[in-house]
Design a protein around this ligand. Structure first.
Ligand code: AGP
Length: 613
């Protein structure tokens, strides 16, 4: 996820860009850059100083010539191409006149690049985004105005983009376009702005407009006009913004947690983007472990903490089921001290949203010291865990601010199940058609999550009824068990209520003694293969006076007999259910915490990243 900003017609162009980039740093900060453009001149500065990239850019921009009234800026979260200055945006075309910035992923960048290079274009970066500069250059060379040049260029592009282009031979114009990646336009008298989000331009623009997928906007000092990809005029919807800056950074949500819960469909979609080639091969560009090494893996060990541990538990079911590989899952802080056996062919996977959890880093170090190959699953590019591992697979959930992890969890499950499919491809334990069918199912999950998010009011109603409860059991079977653990953790850390996640089949081996009137049992009951047994577990607890809340599929006609409240979710492949079933549990924990007056973004005693042992 990157941040983009642009302005045309401004008397303080550079300040606008740099202040905007500062506000956009949360979207990524491994490198940054600006381009100022006027008749016949494009001036560019780029830095790659990690978290100091924008600060370093401000220093660099002190050398900028004065008098520019238009420019674009970018803060990067590397997906293709290392986080180095040469890969920082803006990218230029061969002439140096065209400058572009891009947030997203060009899925077919490799084939476009090969065609452009065959026609003599010289590339200076390893990024997917640079192809856009050369595509626009070609269209401009054919006599097209900048807006038409961008339009025809985007006709050949697959993937996600929020892109902005300028050309020194058509000054005081920015052309921007959007597909999946966010983009807003702002106006003030004599000035027009663009940005990835509203906070970046909130203190300068006075009117704001949403740009929808496949819409292209031509911006000048006098304002803007928009067309669709076919060239037909479109009207941008004006947004009513009465936010202060802090609210704006939450995208209009009351808090980061509700914003991040709402971002889960995009987090899953972004994590899956560009990870399946046309021939069906699952691919991770950044995974620096050869197919042969992966094929030779004899055992997998996952180490993680908290929510990431729950995602790792889901991965165990998927890797064992699809790749027929033995998997152990360890709490990172335990793994280190149990003198683990690491045999030849052991692949250790460290799962961490922050990539900075010291328990997980130390566990990965211990595994490497004992000869294991280590792959990191990290949501932050270049995190400590990513840097110390042999290879990394990035989730692309975007920055997660709220202490309670939500969108990172679903993105981790998506990435880990994708890895399980890759292992199954290499070991030929699934047929190509089965892998294709599962990948297709995985790519539908983001829409199913969006369906569940739309049912949030149902969850609020249940939470209101249960605000007085003090004891909760979360039950599940198979992958419903890690989902139950995650649901219990959300409730604990947000509402400070006692909640335990338990395998449903385990209740009768002791915990059933705790069940009495007033205890709430929350059951994840969406797996058909486990359904009958789960129904009898619920009958057992109901007979002892528990209040039962069930997460059940839309077509479940039996659940009402054993549940006081039912939270409905769409039917999906059982292995994908953790990404869907966790949503009502997140919303439940959120509603309970809000009802109890807790600070959902900053729960007591906790930190977003635990860097102490
Ligand atoms: C989850 O909501 C908590 N914030 C916590 O359990 C977290 O998952 C854990 O500290 C691991 O963090 P990581 O994913 O950044 O390693």
């Amino acid at each position: 996820m990157c941040g983009i900003i642009g302005v045309v017609g401004s008397s303080d162009t550079l300040d606008t860009l740099l202040e905007g980039l500062t506000r956009l740093e949360y979207r990524g900060y491994d490198s940054a850059g600006v381009a100022l453009v006027r008749q016949g001149q494009t001036w560019r500065a780029r830095t790659a100083e990690g978290t100091e990239s924008v600060s370093a850019l401000k220093e660099e921009c002190k050398k900028a010539p004065r008098g520019f009234t238009s420019g674009i800026g970018h803060t990067r979260w590397a997906t293709h191409g290392a986080p180095e200055a040469v890969n920082a945006h803006p990218h230029l075309d061969c002439s140096g006149h065209v400058a572009i910035i891009h947030n997203g992923i060009i899925e077919n960048h490799a084939e476009i690049r090969a065609e452009l290079e065959a026609r003599g274009h010289l590339f200076s970066s390893r990024t997917d985004s640079e192809v856009l500069a050369h595509l626009v250059e070609e269209a401009r060379g054919g006599g097209a105005e900048l807006m038409e040049a961008v339009r025809v260029s985007l006709l050949t592009v697959r993937g996600a983009f929020a892109v902005a282009a300028m050309d020194a031979t058509e000054p005081d114009v920015i052309v921007a376009a959007r597909r999946i990646s966010p983009l807003v336009v702002g106006t003030a008298p004599g000035v027009t702005y663009l940005a990835s989000d509203i906070p970046a331009i909130l203190d300068r623009a006075t009117a704001f407009y949403a740009v929808n997928d496949d819409e292209i906007v031509r911006m000048g000092p006098e304002g803007f006009r928009a067309i669709d990809l076919e060239g037909a005029p479109v009207r941008l919807k004006q947004l009513t913004i009465d936010w202060d800056l802090e609210t704006a950074e939450k995208g209009g949500f009351d808090d980061f947690m509700s914003k991040e819960i709402a971002e889960q469909p995009d987090a899953i979609r972004a994590t899956l983007l560009d990870r399946r080639r046309k021939d069906g091969t699952i691919t991770f560009d950044e995974l620096r472990v050869s197919d042969d090494e992966l094929r030779d893996v004899k055992r997998v060990v996952l180490v993680a903490a908290g929510t990431s541990h729950h995602a790792a538990l889901v991965a165990k079911y998927a890797i064992e089921r699809w790749a027929r590989l033995g998997v152990d899952v360890d709490i990172a802080s335990e793994y280190r001290y149990r003198d683990p056996i690491v045999e030849v062919g052991t692949l250790v996977i460290g799962v961490s949203q922050s990539g900075e959890t010291i328990d997980t880093i130390q566990a990965a170090r211990e595994a490497r010291r004992r000869g294991a190959r280590v792959v990191a699953i990290s949501n932050i590019v270049d995190s400590s865990l990513a840097r110390e591992s042999d290879a990394v697979i990035y989730t692309r959930a975007g920055l997660e601010v709220s202490v309670a992890s939500t969108k990172a969890f679903v993105a981790q499950v998506a990435a880990l199940e994708l890895l399980a499919l890759r292992l199954a491809q290499l070991r030929q334990t699934l047929s190509p058609s089965d892998v294709d069918a599962l990948f297709l199912g995985l790519s539908h999950v983001s829409a199913q999550v969006a369906q569940v998010l739309a049912r949030g009011a149902d969850v609020d109603d249940v939470a209101k009824q249960l605000l007085g409860a003090r004891d909760f059991f979360f039950l599940g079977r198979h992958v419903g068990f890690p989902t139950a653990l995650e649901g219990a953790l959300k409730l604990k850390e947000l509402s400070y209520l006692h909640a335990e996640g338990y395998p449903a089949g385990e209740l009768k081996h002791g915990p059933l003694a705790l069940i009495e009137p007033g205890v709430v049992v929350v059951a994840v009951a969406t797996d058909p293969a486990m359904h009958e047994k789960l129904l009898s577990n619920l009958a057992e607890v109901k007979a002892r006076g528990a209040t039962v809340v069930a997460v059940a599929t839309d077509d479940d006609e039996k659940i009402e007999a054993v549940a006081d409240y039912v939270l409905r979710v769409p039917v999906t492949e059982p292995m994908f259910t953790p990404m869907i079933d966790i949503v009502p549990l997140q919303l439940f924990a959120y509603a309970m915490a809000r009802g109890l007056g807790k600070n959902v973004d900053r729960p007591r005693n906790l930190a977003k990243t635990v860097t102490v042992e």
